[in-house]
Design a protein around this ligand. Structure first.
Ligand SMILES: [Zn+2]
Length: 328
């Protein structure tokens, strides 16, 4: 397999895209050929650290029947507070607040619960598909809502939609300079398993509850999380020579409210200790920059792996084909 494709396999190739006013999923996943890779033979750290982050606030993914954004935000923040994870960052597309009292209330619930917010551009814009000027305009357009909801708290953290940081070096450099000039720090991601894909199936299936299908979705979600946490940590060792403090990318969907406690249990079992996003990103490793034009971006380790043509370890593909067919 060509190395250029690997970035697609292991990066967050998804987000919500606005399509004529409707919100639709866009996935860039391509089937993997894991047999071509070698198993990792190193040893993982006993006590890694991690910060959880949530993208696409205040309206991530399809809504299942009977749900609304406020209910999801209330449940999710309740779970985070029960796990002492106040201060968790969520990245906002303010376009979703327009004329939507439920979305507005959901974001209010998020910040009132002690969670933080950062920018994810106004409409989840792709830097690959758009000009630097258009992208910077979207960053500026997002700011009034961030300032309004965050109040005195720091909202100057930026998560690139799709984790795409520029398909040309000119774009990459220009946007990074813009972010720096405007006081932002980039909220890099080290661990990602495209969690959003399970929510779509969940929303579709909610009309016809099926206990067996629900149990499979939960278990396959946790299996994929475990597999891609391991893969991300192995990539860190290959890319940097050691594991680094982690940031996990999740989406604030209805399905996440069903799985978050189990996911956090899994992380505890793996020895993870929870820290804040600023604590993680203050590690000197995050001042490093692969400085590469990457059409499909990717996690922080992915970007180093792909730009330096390092071999990815073996991993199991996610069950996207089965998820896509559920309840159709
Ligand atoms: Zn996103």
């Amino acid at each position: 397999m060509k190395l250029g494709v690997l970035a697609v396999l292991t990066s967050t190739g998804m987000g919500l895209v606005l399509n004529g006013g409707a919100v639709a999923f866009q996935s860039w996943y391509q089937p993997a050929t894991p047999a071509a890779r070698q198993p990792f033979t190193g040893t993982l750290d006993a006590h890694p650290t991690i910060a959880l982050t949530f993208d696409d606030l205040p309206a991530a993914g399809r809504l299942p029947q009977g749900e609304n954004r406020t209910k999801i935000a209330t449940t999710l923040t309740g779970e985070l507070k029960a796990m002492h994870l106040e201060g968790t960052y969520g990245f906002v597309n303010a376009v979703k607040l327009d004329n939507d009292p439920d979305a507005q209330q959901a974001l209010r619930v998020w910040v009132d619960a002690g969670m933080n917010i950062g920018s994810h551009t106004w409409s989840h814009m792709s830097l690959t598909a758009n000009s630097t000027e258009a992208f910077e305009h979207e960053i500026a357009l997002n700011e009034p809502a961030l300032a309004q909801y965050a109040g005195a708290r720091d909202w100057h953290w930026f998560r690139y939609p799709f984790l795409w940081e520029g398909d040309t070096l000119d774009k990459r450099h220009a946007v990074r300079a813009y972010l720096k000039d405007h006081g932002y720090r980039v909220a890099q991601v080290s661990l990602d398993f495209e969690d959003y894909a399970w929510n779509d199936a969940y929303a579709r299936c909610s009309a016809k509850p099926d206990n067996e299908a629900i149990a499979w979705r939960k278990q396959s979600y946790l299996d994929a999380a475990a597999e891609y946490i391991r893969l991300g940590r192995e990539e860190e060792q290959i890319a940097f020579g050691h594991e680094i403090p982690n940031v996990m990318l999740l989406h604030a969907t209805a399905f996440t409210t069903l799985t978050l406690p189990d996911l956090v249990d899994l992380l505890h079992q793996e020895g993870f200790r929870f820290v804040t996003l600023p604590e993680v990103e203050n590690d000197p490793v995050y001042t490093e920059d692969p400085d590469a034009a990457l059409k499909y971006g990717g996690t922080f380790p992915d970007q180093f792996m792909d730009s330096r043509h390092l071999p990815h370890p073996a991993f199991k593909p996610k069950p996207f084909d089965k998820l896509k067919d559920l309840c159709k």
